[in-house]
Design a binder for this molecule. Structure first.
Ligand SMILES: [Zn+2]
Length: 310
């Protein structure tokens, strides 16, 4: 039998011996001097360390540009190391597409002087990021070690920028979240959309403004790009498939939720409603539907039940 004191001693020693979990990242070539580090097509979980979003790496003469920073300090560090291996240079610039943790919580791995965000995202980092962070620590534990959110020092505006001879067109939009940045690499015709576009994966809507999201999709569809790197899911080699898929889901979701409310379904029943066969190829569709029910339901209920004072 193991003495209690021995057991406690072993437990106390364990954290010193246990290594922090490590991200094993691979870059997939997309176009000349452009790679994507594909996220797991799954929810944030201990098994993936939060590495579920696609992160793009763009080579320039000044060093690589990262589109998004990863989910944690260690993820950001691993992305920086990978970008350096690919290009032989340290990261020159990081653009955040939006504040969701899987895309942006790795910014602490980069000097604030090279991190750029739109003004609303910079304000969010200064404001409500701490709440997000607590939730992520609960989900991911050790993966999150050292994760902090220093304020980005650079402003990402709407329009063209040239970094190390490579011209990028920044598009400051919204809809998936209060502020979403898309980036068009003009040299290769590659459009990097952040979470404005999902591909073969159901869109996440917890902070969505659906009319604004549809307007953003209209704009993206008209850019004349050749291929698209979505926020989640595989690269779209056609210009329009993933954009159309994202729009089709949003167009189905909103009336489907309203109809479920009108039919008197409970939240649980609404989350179990049939998903049309045309969405059978979308990963995590059931989970995203249930998440959408949970955050849209209170507003739908309030809209349906008239206030007594009216
Ligand atoms: Zn997102």
């Amino acid at each position: 039998m193991i003495a209690r004191r021995q057991l406690l001693g072993a437990l106390a020693g364990a954290p010193l011996l246990a290594a922090a979990p490590a991200y094993r990242l691979q870059a997939e070539p997309v176009a000349a001097g452009l790679w994507v580090v594909r996220g797991a097509d799954a929810p944030i979980a201990m098994a993936n360390g939060g590495a579920i979003a696609n992160i793009s790496i763009i080579a320039t003469d000044a060093g690589p540009v990262l589109i998004d920073a990863g989910a944690s300090f260690a993820h950001g560090q691993a992305l920086a190391a990978l970008a350096r291996r690919l290009t032989g240079k340290p990261v020159a610039r990081v653009y955040l597409t939006h504040l969701h943790p899987d895309h942006s919580f790795g910014i602490g791995a980069f000097a604030p002087g090279i991190v750029a965000a739109t003004p609303p995202v910079a304000a969010q980092v200064a404001g409500d990021a701490a709440g997000f962070s607590t939730g992520l620590y609960r989900l991911l534990g050790d993966w999150m070690r050292g994760t902090e959110l220093p304020a980005p020092a650079l402003v990402a505006g709407d329009g063209p920028v040239v970094i190390g001879g490579r011209r990028l067109r920044l598009l400051a939009l919204s809809g998936h979240s209060p502020a979403d940045l898309a980036v068009l690499d003009e040299a290769s015709g590659t459009l990097i959309t952040g979470d404005l576009v999902f591909h073969n994966r159901a869109p996440a809507t917890p902070h969505a403004d659906l009319p604004a999201w549809r307007r953003a999709l209209d704009l993206l569809a008209g850019l004349g790009h050749q291929r698209l790197v979505p926020g989640h899911g595989p690269v779209d080699a056609t210009p329009g498939t993933a954009i159309a898929q994202t729009r089709a889901w949003l167009d189905w979701l909103e009336p489907a939720l309203k109809a479920a409310m009108e039919a008197g379904l409970t939240m649980v029943e609404a989350g179990d409603m049939p998903i049309p066969q045309r969405f059978a190829g979308l990963a995590v569709a059931r989970l995203e539907l249930q998440r959408s029910v949970s955050h849209y339901w209170p507003a739908l209920e309030a809209a349906r039940l008239p206030r007594v004072s009216d």
